[in-house]
Design a protein around this ligand. Structure first.
Ligand code: NAD
Length: 344
């Protein structure tokens, strides 16, 4: 664990066991240079404490990078709850977790993540103010979609073969959930042609009817000829099986952890495909959560989301200058902001 802490440059880690509720939780605070650490609470049935600790550290680091590139006055943190094996009282568990968060006195602000729900955030909020994504906070997905749309604008400016407008361009969208559907709305309004897929046929039909989208099968989305491929469903979808199938000029979508392994960024670069690093282009949701929590205005929020376009353009410029994949450039830019290290 201490080796992982050192390698990730993690600030501190906190563990809590509460016998009455069965809570076994870990809070990893990666970096608080820019402000309190914000990051979601994941609750899944981990098979070992080591796995839970590894997950918390890895995810907390990712949040620091994401918040820094989004220009937020926040650090990165993440919490994980090892879901109890037998039956348990969910409300009691999250109340106990809320007390744990309160003991950290605002150094960590929690939020929703895999496995946790708005009602869980409400239970936490009964114990501490250091929580977001409660039932009074609103849905971050439209802000995420807006950020991805701004990111797509950046790809238009950066790619030599793209024009200045989305009119007539083809965007293939994978996953039509909260973010994917809202993105389709924005792209359709600009006159883009949509090719869509989802394992939920109802969502596909809605896009076909409302936006005149062309539906393709779940596996066909990778090889469909298009200008931009926008993954808005699962993570890990850019891998050795899919990258060689792509017939797009750019990849720009909301899904988290799109690259299955770090070298996938290099493979995209080698194929000449412009890749918008996922944690940069999908930061609209984090911006919404953070700024709602800080009580900032919609205007300030939109300003910050719009800035995703400029940051991404800068990433693409460095990519060209240094002939290094955008995924590495984004990491280096975040490290400069966090530690003052030089890019490249
Ligand atoms: P969601 O659950 O609402 O939507 C995901 C959609 O993907 C669903 O419609 C699902 O049926 C579809 N899907 C699942 N497997 C698929 C497959 N194999 N092929 C095609 N479609 C498939 O989730 P969301 O909130 O829209 O988030 C989408 C992605 O963006 C996720 O990776 C999420 O982590 C990421 N993200 C979301 C936000 C946000 O604000 N919601 C913020 C940052 C990142």
């Amino acid at each position: 664990m201490f080796r992982q802490i050192t390698e990730a440059r993690l600030n501190d880690i906190h563990l809590k066991y509460d016998e009455a509720s069965g809570l076994k939780a870990i809070v990893a605070i990666h970096n608080t240079q820019r402000g309190p650490a914000l990051g979601g609470c994941r609750i899944i049935p981990y098979t070992s404490t080591e796995d839970a600790v590894t997950d918390a550290i890895r995810l907390a680091k990712g949040m620091s990078y994401k918040a820094a590139l989004a220009g937020l006055d926040l650090g990165g943190g993440k919490s994980v709850i090892m879901e109890p094996e037998g039956p348990y009282d969910r409300e009691q568990l999250f109340r106990a977790f809320g007390q744990f968060i309160d003991e950290l006195e605002g150094r960590y602000i929690t939020a929703m993540d895999s496995g946790s729900r708005v009602s869980d955030m409400d239970a936490i909020a009964s114990q501490t103010q250091h929580v977001s994504c409660t039932s009074s906070s609103g849905n971050p997905a439209p802000s995420t979609a807006l950020g991805v749309y701004k990111g797509i604008q950046a790809t238009l400016k950066a790619h030599p073969e793209f024009g200045s407008s989305l009119k007539g361009m083809t965007v293939a969208v994978q996953g039509l959930g909260n973010v994917g559907f809202a993105l389709c709305q924005l792209l359709h309004k600009d006159g883009a042609k949509l090719i869509v897929t989802d394992i939920n046929e109802q969502k596909v039909q809605q896009c076909v009817q409302e936006f005149g989208a062309t539906a393709v099968g779940a596996e066909d989305i990778y090889s469909v000829p298009c200008d931009i491929f926008s993954p808005c469903g699962l993570g890990g979808i850019l891998n050795e099986n899919t990258i060689h199938q792509l017939q797009c000029a750019a990849v720009a979508g909301s899904a988290n952890n799109q690259l299955l392994t770090p070298e996938c960024g290099q493979w995209l670069f080698d194929r000449g495909i412009l890749y918008a690093p996922d944690y940069l282009i999908n930061a609209g949701g984090l911006i919404f959560v953070a700024m709602t929590h800080q009580g900032q205005s919609q205007n300030e929020m939109n300003h910050r989301i719009n800035a995703i376009e400029d940051t991404l353009l800068q990433v693409f410029r460095y990519e060209q200058q240094r002939q290094s994949p955008s995924s590495l450039i984004a990491d280096h830019m975040a490290e400069v902001l966090l530690y003052g290290e030089q890019v490249g």
